[in-house]
Design a protein around this ligand. Structure first.
Ligand SMILES: [Zn+2]
Length: 293
């Protein structure tokens, strides 16, 4: 039988098994390495009797478990992560992290609502000593973006949401992103792109990238100029199909992991180019749509 074991190992030792990243570069590297580790976990399951194991070292102090110490552990995450509520994207797990490592905010569509911004503000102002990085993590197949794309493609569907203020609150701010993504796909693939079999799927996936990038840009604008001068922001998309975090990057057909958001209109145009030129979006445009259940 194939089996996967992920162990959280709490070991009493004088120095933590995994020291906290000291700056944003180190935090970014740690999350990138952690995701690669997690994504490759299943790769070693070659035959039916294989066992894939992974150990996540946890400092017992982060759960108040070290003998001789009293009181509750001090909160000291090295990164704040805004992700989607989607149950298939457990944030700590996909980055190979444990308790007290990440300050996680999850909301459908990983959008920047008032409570999300307030939570980030709290993290920046109160956890600044340990916090080195803020990440916005979208994910492939996001239901929030898919719903918004369907409303964009069939505007009549919006009427059914007339009394659904809470849903419209999420969808409304996504529509401008979808509009921009649709325009970019049309510029690159031609005016008949909407007739291609995988257009809807490609529009959803392109919009997921831009949605995360725009949220990261907004956070950078709001918090990047604060006293936490060393605090950086990054974004990426967790791919359910490969478990890898991916971001299209200009000039790299396969893209990269977590990257810094664009910081001006030129940067967003380059991101738009990177999205439409990526292997992933191009292959989606020409693929058949998945069968409806
Ligand atoms: Zn989602």
């Amino acid at each position: 039988m194939k089996a996967v074991e992920i162990t959280y190992r709490y070991e009493a030792r004088d120095t933590p098994a995994r020291p906290r990243p000291l700056d944003s570069d180190a935090a970014l590297t740690r999350l990138g390495d952690g995701n690669r580790d997690f994504a490759s976990l299943l790769d070693s399951l070659k035959d039916d009797n294989n066992l894939a194991t992974r150990v996540v070292q946890v400092d017992p102090r982060d759960l108040g478990l070290l003998s001789g110490e009293t009181g509750v552990p001090k909160q000291r995450p090295f990164a704040a992560i805004l992700g989607c509520s989607d149950a298939r994207v457990p944030i700590e797990l996909v980055f190979n992290e444990g308790p007290n490592d990440l300050f996680v905010i999850r909301v459908a569509g990983n959008g920047l609502g008032t409570e999300v911004l307030g939570s980030l503000k709290y993290a920046v102002e109160h956890l600044g000593a340990s916090l080195k990085l803020i990440v916005v993590l979208g994910h492939s197949g996001c239901g929030a973006l898919a719903t918004a794309v369907d409303v964009f493609l069939n505007p009549g569907d919006y009427l059914a949401l007339a009394s659904e203020h809470s849903l419209r609150n999420i969808l409304d701010r996504l529509l401008v992103i979808i509009h921009a993504s649709a325009r970019r796909l049309m510029e690159f693939f031609g005016p008949d792109v909407a007739l291609r079999p995988g257009y809807r799927q490609a529009l959803i996936e392109a919009s997921i990238v831009t949605n995360a990038a725009l949220a990261a840009y907004s956070i950078q604008q709001q918090f990047g100029a604060s006293d936490q001068a060393k605090l950086r922001v990054a974004h990426g998309v967790y791919l359910l199909e490969t478990r890898v975090v991916w971001t299209p990057v200009f000039g790299k057909t396969k893209g990269a992991g977590l990257v810094a958001p664009p910081d001006d209109p030129t940067g967003f145009r380059e991101l738009g180019d990177a999205i439409v030129q990526s292997e992933r979006i191009a292959s989606l445009i020409n693929s058949e749509p998945p069968l409806q259940p």
